[in-house]
Design a protein around this ligand. Structure first.
Ligand code: SF4
Length: 436
């Protein structure tokens, strides 16, 4: 991302981030004052105790334009404030500022054989503003002997999750209405009624079915199992194939016919359960620094065969295959056939089951310890999809040592396999609980 942004302002001088602050300041000042240098990368400025780093200082006849590249498809107010603050500090430090811009991705950009750094980005002009009053207010607050008494609210999560959130908002208790599923609108209603405990919800309050199941489950301190759970779980054909994908999401498109921040599938896992109970496991992991999509599709289509249900958890697998169908139309028929055979376990669970330990979440990470406590993710090196995405990019990076590549490959295979085994075990356990 940084390099792609630098390529847009060629011929610049970088201020090494590894230098001590004083040297970075001196290097910045020297580069800015040299009229033969068209741009300065990673320039450092300090004013009144505030330190900022500017991604690119682009020289123009009217002064310098602060340019920050952001791994985004669109710009929000919080991003504008970030860049305006950098420009303001640089101006207070004595630099003539002609403007500020954010480079963000053009969501319509599709990479050709070569990366086009000009077409990849869109420039967004950021209004300059004066932060003097904000800085005075922050410094006055910091001087106070006591921390300000501010209630936890939306500002703690948006635009970013505050790093102090766990301290300010300890985990909600079991009976808290915040632990109900998808409770956003319901919480407003309950707040107006001053109800914060599940046991105090009036019968007149309207809740959706999964919220009603959750309340029933909490009040009775046991699982809710709806009558329709058993037939829904049985609505599959053997052999049942439990399938999960993992994907990487390179910010800058790495391969032709990909877009910025596109999710590129890199591996799949499949546990197959036969009618007699026998279980087999199959998997695929693309280990090269090359476009994984074609080998991913070829291996998947061959592995799922032509019969049996394909059980997934959530809609991302179907969405991935629909995207691949558009990119690899020669596989369109096969991919449509795979999507047609998919059965999503998530809405079945959400609509017909609840466990007090779910705490409002139907994610597999919440469901597995509630339903199959003996099977969890604790022993795995990778514990989530984002970690897996980063691990794949590291695994295929040319500079990664061979031994680490092997370790990362094993960790990725273990993680994806756990997801599909989890689905299989959860379905078995729910079937048993529903009398199947
Ligand atoms: S979590 Fe962060 S934003 Fe929210 S009240 Fe605490 S310190 Fe302020």
């Amino acid at each position: 991302m940084r390099l792609a942004a630098h390529a847009r302002f060629p011929g610049g001088v970088a201020v090494p981030r590894s230098l001590p602050i004083e040297e970075r300041l001196a290097t910045t000042a020297a580069a800015l004052s040299d009229r033969d240098i068209p741009a300065v990368y990673d320039a450092l400025f300090v004013y009144a105790g505030v330190e900022v780093r500017a991604g690119v200082m682009a020289r123009t006849a009217a002064g310098f334009v602060v340019v920050e590249a952001r791994s985004l498809n669109s710009v929000g107010e919080e991003h504008e404030l970030d860049v305006a603050a950098v420009a303001w500090v640089a101006a207070q430090a004595g630099v003539k500022i002609a403007g500020a811009r954010i480079l963000h991705f053009d969501r319509d950009y599709v990479r050709g054989a070569e990366l086009d750094a000009d077409a990849l980005f869109v420039e967004w002009n950021v209004p300059l503003r004066d932060f003097s009053a904000d800085l005075s207010m922050l410094k006055a607050t910091a001087r106070e002997p006591e921390e300000p008494n501010v209630a936890v609210g939306q500002h703690c999560r948006h635009p970013r999750v505050c790093p102090w959130l766990e301290r300010c908002a300890p985990p909600a208790g079991l009976w808290s209405v915040t632990q109900l599923p998808a409770a956003g609108r319901l919480l407003h209603v309950l707040a107006e009624l001053a109800v914060d405990d599940v046991r105090g919800i009036p019968t007149s309050v309207r809740m959706n079915p999964s919220q009603q199941h959750a309340v029933w489950s909490l009040l009775n301190n046991r699982e809710y199992i709806g009558q329709a759970l058993l037939p829904a779980l049985r609505s599959v054909c053997f052999p049942i194939r439990f399938v999960d994908f993992e994907a990487a999401q390179p910010a800058v498109p790495r391969w032709p016919d990909t877009t910025p921040l596109e999710q590129i599938p890199t591996q799949w896992s499949m546990h197959v359960q036969h009618e007699g109970g026998q279980v087999e496991h199959f998997e695929f992991l693309h280990r090269e620094d090359s476009d994984p999509r074609r080998p991913f599709v070829e291996s998947l289509v061959a592995a799922v065969g032509g019969e049996g249900s394909i059980v997934v958890y959530g809609g991302s697998e179907a969405a991935t295959l629909r995207r691949l169908r558009d990119r690899l139309p020669e596989f369109g028929f096969d991919l449509d056939a795979v999507v047609t055979r998919m059965v999503d376990l998530l809405p079945i669970v959400r609509d017909h089951y609840y466990h007090p330990a779910l705490r409002g979440s139907f994610s597999m990470k919440a469901l597995l310890p509630a339903v199959c406590p003996e099977l969890n993710y604790d022993d795995l090196r990778l514990k989530g999809g984002e970690m897996a995405a980063r691990a794949w990019l590291r695994m295929v990076a040319p500079a990664t040592p061979h031994a680490e590549r092997k370790e990362l490959g094993a960790a990725l295979l273990n993680y994806c396999a756990r997801d599909t085994l989890a689905m299989l075990r959860v379905r078995e356990r729910l079937l048993a609980g529903a009398g199947g």
